[in-house]
Structures are given as structure tokens and as C-alpha cells.
Design a protein around this ligand. Structure first.
Ligand SMILES: [Zn+2]
Length: 173
């Protein structure tokens, strides 16, 4: 079973069926390092018995120092990947993800300065509100256009508030 990782930097990683299988077969974990932010995730599964089957596990490695031997012992494979970026309505990609929500935390500072210089207070409040909404809203049509189908098919199986699949072929409800 593939595993999707929604990284805190706003990028999406997919550990494929084959990579998970490899980890299980070698009795190790798959190690994914996010090239966008450096976060590292171990993904694998434990066999719980004939009825329960496999139980997937995933954990983040925090500041762990590992030697090359150590890495070989613990992990079936090491993948260093930028993952898939998530375009926001602000025009930038998400650089933050938390609890089902993507956001673009950079647009606010750049555009805030620009808007403050150009606009009076009321105009600014309106523009700011719009910008605030845009930087928290995923541009779904662009996301679907630029992301491979095989990835989207995995991502849409997760319940993520920030990803609105309604009206698309990925809407599985
Ligand atoms: Zn990341």
C-alpha cells in the first residue's frame, strides 16, 4: 500500500506500493528525505498476524545522527526528493502545511508591503482579506494539471480539508 506524506513545508511525497513492499520484504523501513525542507520520514509496516495483516507505521526522524552503516541496517532505501508542490491562489506554492491545511506564508509579507504603500486603509483591509483567503486556498485546477495522475490518485484517498476534489474525477465520495 502506498503512503502519502504531507510534509510540513507544504510539499507532498508519495512512497509507492513497490517502495513500501521492498521495505516490508527486507524487514526495514523506507527513508524519505524532503529536499525542500530536510524533514526525514521513515515508512514501513509490521506484520501483525494472518487476521490483522500489515500495520503501516510512519515516523519523523528528529535530529538523529546516523552513520552509513546504520542507515543500511535500518532502511531498505533512501530517497531524497522535493516531492510535489501545491500551488495556491496567491500565485505562489504552499510553503506550510498543518492539520489538513496548506498555506503560502511568504505572499503575505511581500504583498502586504506593496499594498500598504499603494492603498488607503479600507482598500488595504479588503485586499488583505482577499490575499489572506488566496494564500490559504489551493489552486486545484493548476494542482491537477501539473501533478501526475498516479500521484493524484494516491493523494485523493486521504481526507485533507485543504484539497477540494468536488466535481473532479478524483472525488471518490
Ligand atoms: Zn518538506
Amino acid at each position: 500500500m502506498a503512503e502519502v506524506i504531507f510534509c510540513k513545508c507544504g510539499h507532498i511525497h508519495v512512497v509507492s506500493d513497490k517502495q513500501v513492499d521492498n521495505a516490508i520484504l527486507s524487514n526495514k523501513d523506507h527513508l524519505l528525505i524532503c529536499a525542500s525542507c530536510g524533514a526525514s520520514y521513515a515508512v514501513g509496516a509490521e506484520y501483525e498476524g494472518p487476521v490483522e495483516g500489515y500495520y503501516m507505521h510512519r515516523y519523523e526522524l528528529n535530529e538523529e545522527v546516523m552513520s552509513p552503516d546504520n542507515i543500511k541496517e535500518r532502511f531498505s532505501e533512501v530517497v531524497y526528493s522535493k516531492g510535489h508542490s501545491v500551488p495556491m491562489m496567491s500565485g505562489y506554492s504552499a510553503n506550510y502545511y498543518f492539520n489538513g491545511r496548506f498555506s503560502d506564508e511568504r505572499a503575505i509579507s511581500m504583498d502586504e508591503v506593496k499594498y500598504r504603500m499603494m492603498m488607503d486603509h479600507i482598500q488595504f483591509e479588503e485586499a488583505f482579506e482577499r490575499l489572506n483567503k488566496d494564500r490559504h486556498t489551493v489552486n486545484m485546477s493548476l494542482f491537477m494539471r501539473k501533478t501526475p495522475d498516479v500521484i493524484l490518485n494516491q493523494v485523493c484517498t486521504y481526507h485533507i480539508d485543504g484539497l477540494d476534489w468536488s466535481g473532479t474525477k478524483y472525488d471518490k465520495e
